[in-house]
Design a protein around this ligand. Structure first.
Ligand SMILES: [Zn+2]
Length: 430
């Protein structure tokens, strides 16, 4: 039996957190059947970050390799860590949209690079995973369209939300995911009226959310390039999550970034933003794309035709949606960094109004601190040093006084002692 059948999967897709039991089962089977030891001890298996790594960066490299191909790879690699095996374990995610969704109709054509609104026709409706002919107001469902401007989650970028308007009803889309490679599922709820198969709809993407997400996606490319320049060529993307709020980027690097390194990355990325160059995309054959020197992400699956994206001075293969000019990003600010696994760092950053908000919040905090210290913001640090110095001095004085007090109390007690039959006796309540 093929290993995919043994572990109950048949195709690689993006992993999700639900996939953990399947990963563990797969690993055990590979170990047993092929006499290899996979050491997972130093991998935090319950750490969300590990899954993110698995999900976003490391899993897609053997997309075409099923069954024996995967086993051969595992055997050859003799993996010792989960990171080794992640590109090898070929898994299918039975995601919320995929379970029970049989579909053999036409593919969805995506129009969302050029515009945020497009007419489409309802090709399929799924309610609680089952195909239905129509839905009523209040029903939650997944809608498949023949044409859509909605971007379906992939490459770290979340799917679009928005609304599908038909003559008979309004369906709000909370998320968009691919239910098959070229079939987009719009998940959401019918707010009013009725929606039926073959209905024509006007599909409208939430512009604000899309614009914010695009800023965060575009800046991820600029940040990736700046990180390589500041920290070195060993910086390799291990995962990314781009949504309307932020970009989260995991990469290979051993040490926490210093403040100076972060400032340098911020300065480089913002310099690209101020230059305000136009984004260029070209679709070309994979071999031609390789000649352009575009960054290709390890483990990412690419078709024969790829999309080369030039934004600022970065050039990467990417199917995501992006700002028209770097200036659209507005402002870039790193707001968080941490280590998430051995040799893997995570950085989070914000753009546009979120970056402004972040800077303003920090300023408000500083003003409050200054107010509490009864000084000006620029003198707050000095004031804190003064206060901590004072506290230290007072503590020293206090302990000296305590000592003095204790010894004078002892003297007093000794003075109170009475001599009874040549023996000194002290009666005192302490
Ligand atoms: Zn991208």
């Amino acid at each position: 039996m093929k290993i995919e059948e043994e572990i109950g999967v048949n195709q690689l897709d993006i992993l999700s957190i639900d996939a953990l039991p399947t990963i563990q089962r797969a690993i055990r089977l590979v170990e047993e059947n092929h006499n290899v030891k996979i050491d997972l001890d130093n991998i935090p298996m319950d750490d969300e970050a590990t899954y993110d790594l698995l999900c976003e960066g490391r899993t897609l490299g053997v997309f075409q390799l099923g069954g024996q191909g995967m086993v051969d790879l595992v055997t050859k690699l003799k993996p010792r860590t989960l990171e080794d095996i992640a590109p090898v374990v070929s898994l299918h995610r039975p995601g919320p949209m995929q379970s029970g969704m049989e579909y053999d109709g036409r593919a969805t054509q995506f129009h969302g690079y050029a515009g945020l609104q497009h007419e489409g026709q309802v090709l399929a409706i799924y309610k609680e995973g089952n195909r239905v002919d129509s839905i009523e107001a209040g029903d939650e469902a997944v809608i498949v369209l023949d044409h859509t401007p909605f971007y379906a989650e992939s490459g770290g970028q979340v799917g679009d939300r928005g609304v599908l308007l038909s003559d008979g009803g309004a369906f709000t889309v909370a998320e968009t995911q691919k239910i098959q490679v070229d079939v987009f599922g719009h998940r959401g709820q019918l707010q009013s009226g009725r929606l039926a198969l073959n209905n024509k709809v006007s599909a409208k993407v939430d512009q604000v959310a899309r614009a914010r997400t695009e800023r965060n996606h575009s800046v991820t490319h600029l940040m990736h390039k700046a990180l390589r320049e500041v920290l070195g060529d060993h910086v390799e993307q291990k995962g990314s999550l781009v949504d309307a709020d932020k970009t989260r980027f995991d990469f290979v690097h051993n040490l926490p970034m210093t403040e100076a390194e972060i400032s340098k990355v911020e300065a480089m990325v913002n310099a690209e933003i101020f230059t305000n160059t136009a984004t260029k995309t070209r679709v070309m054959k994979m071999e031609d794309a390789q000649k352009t020197g575009a960054v290709m992400l390890f483990g990412e699956k690419y078709g024969e035709e790829v999309r080369v994206l030039e934004i600022g001075s970065s050039r990467e293969l990417c199917g995501g949606t992006h700002v028209n000019r770097t200036g659209d990003i507005g402002l870039f600010k790193v707001c968080f960094q941490s280590g998430i696994a051995a040799g893997i760092r995570r950085i989070e950053a914000v753009t546009g109004e979120a970056a402004l908000e972040y800077v303003q919040q920090n300023e408000i905090q500083l003003l409050e601190i200054a107010k509490a210290l009864k000084t000006q913001p620029e003198e707050a640090t000095q004031k804190i040093f003064q206060i901590t110095d004072n506290v230290r001095r007072l503590e020293k004085n206090l302990s000296r006084l305590k000592l003095k007090l204790a010894s004078s109390q002892a003297d007093n007690l000794i003075n109170q002692a009475r001599e009874i039959k040549d023996v000194k006796v002290l009666a005192a309540s302490l």
